[in-house]
Design a protein around this ligand. Structure first.
Ligand code: NAP
Length: 250
């Protein structure tokens, strides 16, 4: 059996096994599996590798995208630039595991929104400052889209608070990206605290959340006539990006 999988904690609502089962089916691959490996602590990671010599690749999710980096032998330029890893390639160099870390979230994000980007979409508000936000910012920089980060905390220079988000600020930024978990299942009634009255049909609202498919943030955007994109395509594209990395010959 050739094994791939996901590490994180908890891993109760992961969509990754079904995405990879479909990929394996589409490529007529038998003897391939994608498993969930919930780790209560990142310190359990070396044992996971030692006990599963069949492992060839892992995805990494909350809360280990940053803490995993210290356990890897090599980091891609994206993983280094973003400061987070969501994909690990496992190779064996004479009998010893060699672990390379990648980040496929940034590319997954930008490719998922590219079909909706218009020439007027030159400035983006990025809500949240976690790992997903760093991947989004990396992609926006590469794309030449200006950005302003919004945080609950007002102590970081250059970062705006939600209190400072006036209607005129919302009108200045035609793209608004929710990288916070606010509105994610089961707390689906919650939404980021922004003045939705200023959202208009020229806006593109992107939510990285995919469960539920339409968050309250996106519903509010839709009511204002904005173009709305959820995180499902990004999820699929980051998985496809991982698969391409794992499939490369050694
Ligand atoms: N579609 C995909 O492929 C994909 C990929 C990666 C992540 N995601 C989703 O993106 C979301 C964030 O992931 P992450 O890894 O970046 O998570 P995270 O590091 O736990 O949190 C992101 C940021 O959200 C803000 N935040 C957290 N709780 C908040 C609250 N109650 N109110 C307002 N802001 C809050 C915080 O920023 P401040 O403290 O600065 O306010 C935090 O740093 C999750 O829902 C995840 O499922 C989706």
């Amino acid at each position: 059996m050739t094994t791939f999988g996901l590490i994180g904690y908890p891993l109760t609502h992961s969509r990754s096994p079904e995405i990879f089962a479909r990929l394996f089916r589409e490529e007529n691959l038998t003897g391939f599996e994608y498993r969930l490996f919930p780790l209560q602590s990142i310190q359990e990671f070396p044992d996971l590798i030692a006990n599963h010599p069949d492992l060839r690749g892992l995805n990494v999710t909350i809360p280990y995208k940053t803490s995993i980096m210290g356990f890897l032998d090599h980091l891609s330029p994206e993983a280094q630039g973003i400061g987070a890893v969501n994909c690990i390639r496992v190779e064996y160099r004479p009998g010893k595991p060699f672990l390379s870390g990648y980040n496929t979230d940034a590319n997954g994000f930008i490719e998922s929104v590219r079909p909706f980007l218009e020439p007027a979409h030159t400035r983006a508000l990025v809500l949240g400052t976690g790992g997903a936000s760093r991947a989004v910012i990396y992609a926006l920089k590469q794309e030449g889209i200006e950005y302003q980060v919004v945080s609950r905390r007002g102590d970081t220079p250059g970062v705006m608070t939600y209190q400072a988000l006036t209607e005129s600020v919302i009108r200045e930024f035609p793209v608004i990206i929710n990288t916070t978990p606010v509105g994610m299942f089961p707390d689906t009634g919650a939404f980021p605290d922004i003045p939705y009255e200023a959202v208009h049909p020229g806006h593109l609202l992107v939510d990285l959340i995919y469960n539920p498919p339409k968050t309250t943030f996106l519903k509010k955007g839709e009511q204002a006539g904005a173009v709305c994109v959820n995180g499902l395509k990004m999820l699929e594209l980051q998985a496809l990006g991982s698969w391409k990395i794992w499939k490369q010959p050694s």
